[in-house]
Design a protein around this ligand. Structure first.
Ligand SMILES: O=C(O)c1ccccc1NCC(=O)[C@H](O)[C@H](O)COP(=O)(O)O
Length: 271
């Protein structure tokens, strides 16, 4: 994992999440082998095309996120009904729905994917911390169309292997990075959708322009996603000015009484 230069080498929040994820995996593997997932009903369901919906010339496409809590903000939404929120996003024109499935730090649940899937028509992104091939089979069995791979957590040969395994499993990937080093290390021949996180996961500060400047350097054929801290029409205008295709937005919608209406309001002049 990339060092984030914390004083005294303290573990970062990502270190903690990944350590917990690995602990969970030990227990999960005792319950089911990766091969067991092939008998799950949703494993055979046809997949929805995540990448195809993320690019529309001159328009912002939104990956709308279903998220109850986060390490930076604690509980974001007390009244949390993932299926109802996802159905609102679908009706409001989301290009895809990002579903937090990490349980300890985000209060997510893998089961949300299967609950949401029959109620919406758009692709579902499993938003989690993928470090093991097992989680790819698990994601497919749970009803995901795409997974998040985070370059801060998995890079180089391991990232390539996970990308390959996801493709074999019929899942598309959003590859997220934060730093210039991570961005420059990406093999764009393998990455079809790239995201840059605007939030520094050490300080939790958001810097939109840093992320957008990196995205603007990605090859034309790669779909570009700006992630985190977006909430105003001015933010969306800025994202589009940099030639970015899509925005991943969670907290802003989750804090509104009706997340679907908030999505419509935010995008009405850009879709
Ligand atoms: O947001 C956090 O606190 C966080 C901490 C550690 C790892 C990931 C984290 N966030 C995940 C995300 O990337 C966001 O959920 C996503 O980009 C949406 O951001 P926002 O619109 O700001 O909710």
């Amino acid at each position: 994992m990339t060092e984030l230069n914390l004083p005294f080498n303290q573990p970062t929040i990502l270190d903690k999440i990944v350590a917990q994820t690995r602990e969970d995996l030990v227990q999960k593997k005792k319950r089911h082998s990766a091969a067991d997932f092939r008998s799950f009903q949703l494993y055979e369901a046809p997949r929805r095309d995540f990448k195809a919906g993320l690019r529309k010339e001159g328009c912002i496409r939104v990956i709308a996120e279903v998220k109850k809590a986060s390490p930076s903000k604690g509980i974001i939404r007390e009244d949390f009904d993932p299926v109802r929120i996802a159905a609102q996003y679908d009706e409001a024109g989301a290009a895809a729905i990002s579903v937090l499935t990490e349980p300890h730090f985000f209060q997510g649940d893998l089961a949300y994917l299967g609950q949401i899937r029959p109620e919406v028509s758009v692709p579902l992104l499993r938003k989690d911390f993928i470090v093991d091939f097992y989680q790819i089979e698990e994601a497919r069995a749970a009803g995901a169309d795409a997974i998040l791979l985070i370059a801060t957590v998995t890079s180089g040969a391991q990232l390539s292997e996970l990308l390959h395994a996801a493709k074999e499993a019929g899942l598309q990937c959003l590859v997220e990075c934060y730093s210039r080093d991570e961005f420059e290390a990406l093999r764009f021949s393998e990455v079809e959708v790239v995201g840059v996180n605007n939030r520094n996961l050490k300080t939790f500060e958001v810097d939109l322009h840093r992320g957008l400047s990196l995205l603007a350097e990605a090859p034309n054929e790669v779909v570009k996603v700006s992630e985190s801290g977006l909430s105003t029409p001015h933010d969306i205008e800025t994202v589009l000015e940099y030639g970015v295709d899509a925005a991943l937005i969670g907290e802003h919608f989750m804090r509104q009484p009706h997340p679907g209406d908030a999505l419509k309001r935010l995008t009405e002049n850009f879709s």
